[in-house]
Design a binder for this molecule. Structure first.
Ligand code: UT7
Length: 344
């Protein structure tokens, strides 16, 4: 038995405005049929004017704390949260980080709070960071949030990215515990390949462009993605990262009850399942209802699966993500007895 970070709360939040494929098709040269067949997505949510990433992060954070309270398997309260890690690549402002403001609005006092920028892998990176701080004895109880509002950085005329991405936030509470407990994070596999940095990017707005003293070239302020190579890299890296982690934890793919992979495209999820030799029932899918919510994707998929009873206590679970950077990462745990709190 050794000290471990244990998942004890789970929450999610979506903005109020849903955008259907038909609504997109009324604005852009696309169709419900193309989007469903090529991506599996039917619906995504977008923030209202003036709403930002921190608003969703606060809502998801509140709900994860409420979920931890309901789980009530320890005597701690949210007053005992001593770390906030926020995964996002759509911060409220370029500077400062968004996490301190989120911690402040949640009434968590002067706890350490910082952002992690690993795009769609952000939640797994944030989870690994917070878990490591807990096992190192630097923190006892952490709120880990993944939140993004990609609708604010998409090119309004880019039919491909607008079809895929949606806004949202998801969060978990981690507490110090033992590796033998359900909910204990049993291991991680993390990686990156900066050689692929240009495949998923916002070209303007950072020091590289600003130091030129020139205004950004038209369109460079928007998110840009090269879909096909990203698709291939996503399949390879989520499959290989999951397999490395399974080997480390001592599980086979057949031992797994659920893989909760980053929800980018249902064809990617099926291809990862094929690479790992999984059956369809082992793969969690919720992108049909929310699209690709970037750092929120994995915790929102967990919330949906747990709320629907597809993910139950005792299930052996691997989380796996892939995104800009390029970055990838996986985590393994046995699902704990917790009640997720999502939309009211
Ligand atoms: O979250 C981080 C990681 N991101 C991902 O993992 C995303 C990975 N990539 C993908 O999911 C897919 O590559 C996309 C969904 C982005 C694109 O699907 P695809 O099957 O790879 O399409 P494509 O880019 O190869 O384009 C095929 C055709 C093109 O038309 P032509 O050149 O063949 O005439 C596109 O212009 O589909 C066209 N197309 C569309 N048509 C209707 C692209 N987007 C749309 C659209 N509606 N929304």
């Amino acid at each position: 038995m050794s000290r471990a970070a244990v998942v004890c709360g789970l929450g999610g939040a979506l903005p109020a405005t849903a955008v259907t494929n038909e609504e997109l098709a009324a604005q852009l040269d696309t169709s419900d049929q193309w989007i469903r067949t090529r991506t599996g997505i039917g619906l995504r949510y977008v923030v209202a004017p003036g709403e930002s990433t921190s608003d969703l992060a606060v809502a998801a954070g509140e709900r994860a704390l409420e979920s931890a309270r309901r789980t009530g398997n320890d005597n701690d309260t949210e007053a005992d949260v001593d770390l906030v890690v926020l995964a996002t690549s759509t911060p409220d402002r370029p500077c400062p980080g968004t996490a301190p403001g989120v911690a402040h609005r949640l009434g968590l006092g002067t706890v350490p709070a910082f952002d992690v920028a690993a795009v769609c892998t952000g939640f797994v990176y944030a989870l690994a960071t917070a878990a490591s701080m807990i096992t190192a004895g630097v923190a006892r109880r952490a709120l880990v949030i993944g939140a993004d509002t990609f609708s604010t950085i998409l090119d309004p005329v880019d039919r491909t990215t607008r079809a895929i991405f949606g806004d949202g936030a998801g969060a978990v509470v981690l507490r110090a515990g033992e590796s033998s407990e359900p909910g204990a994070l049993l291991g991680f596999d993390l990686g990156s390949d900066g050689g692929g940095a240009d495949l998923i990017t916002v070209r303007a707005g950072g020091s590289r462009q600003r130091s030129t003293g020139e205004p950004p070239a038209e369109g460079d302020q928007y998110f840009a993605m090269e879909g096909r190579p990203v698709f291939t890299e996503a399949v390879i890296n989520m499959s290989e990262s999951s397999q490395r982690l399974l080997d480390r934890v001592g599980w086979t793919p057949a031992d797994l009850d659920k893989v909760v992979a980053h929800q980018a495209n249902v064809r990617i999820l099926h291809a990862v399942g094929e690479q790992l030799g999984l059956e369809e029932k082992q793969i969690v899918v919720n992108l049909d209802r929310v699209g690709n919510t970037v750092a929120a994707s994995i915790p929102l998929a967990l919330s949906d699966a747990a709320a629907a009873g597809d993910l139950v206590p005792g299930h052996r679970v691997v989380l796996t993500g892939f995104g800009g950077g390029l970055t990838w990462g996986s985590a393994a745990l046995v699902w704990p007895d917790i009640e997720p709190v999502t939309q009211p």
